[in-house]
Design a protein. Structure first.
Length: 186
């Protein structure tokens, strides 16, 4: 678990990374005052909102590199590479709110039969990854709360995020992973 100060440091770095990239077209260096805890490998997402509406969200669910480097990369990607939106411009940056989600390592949810999944998922606490073959979709823990979904709707929407049918989670070949998240925002 990160402290609030560490989380707010990440949010500040995310904004600075976006600003530096948009103004100077370069990737900022890791700040020299980065706490050691933020140098550990962890998964993370950066979510951007404008006037309360989603404006970009990109992340690494797996701990593939240091948290601080991950934040720098995913912040820039959320602002410039989310295929659902045009790139953020320097002019709109002041109206963008930055949110950082730091993730635990995803763990496979073990069930004897798929109908057991709903009893193993805590809406609002767990994020989900649905995987079937090459298809993979992820939703952060805050998403079902924002949309007021129950656990079945959460499972179905994660399937659809993967490009699969809403009820694919009932197929035995589907793998479902859960993870926790700490959320920090401006």
């Amino acid at each position: 678990m990160l402290s609030n100060d560490e989380g707010m440091f990440l949010v500040k770095v995310a904004r600075e990374a976006i600003t530096t990239f948009l103004k100077e077209e370069k990737i900022m260096s890791v700040p020299v005052d980065t706490p050691d805890t933020l140098k550990e490998d962890m998964g993370a997402f950066c979510t951007l909102h404008r006037n309360g509406e989603l404006r970009g969200c990109i992340g690494y669910p797996e701990p593939v590199k240091s948290l601080i480097k991950t934040i720098i990369e995913v912040a820039i990607s959320a602002a410039t590479q989310d295929p659902r939106f045009p790139p953020v411009t320097i002019n709109e940056l002041d109206s963008i709110d930055v949110e950082v989600s730091v993730l635990t390592k995803p763990e496979l949810i073990n069930v004897d039969k798929p109908s057991e999944y709903p009893g193993k998922i805590n809406v609002g606490e767990d994020g989900l990854i649905v995987e079937m073959g090459y298809y993979r979709g992820l939703l952060l823990p805050q998403v079902p709360l924002e949309w007021k979904w129950d656990v079945d709707e959460f499972l179905s929407n994660t399937c659809m995020k993967a490009g699969l049918l809403p009820d694919c989670w009932l197929k035995p070949e589907v793998k479902i992973y859960s993870f926790k998240s700490q959320i920090f925002e401006e």
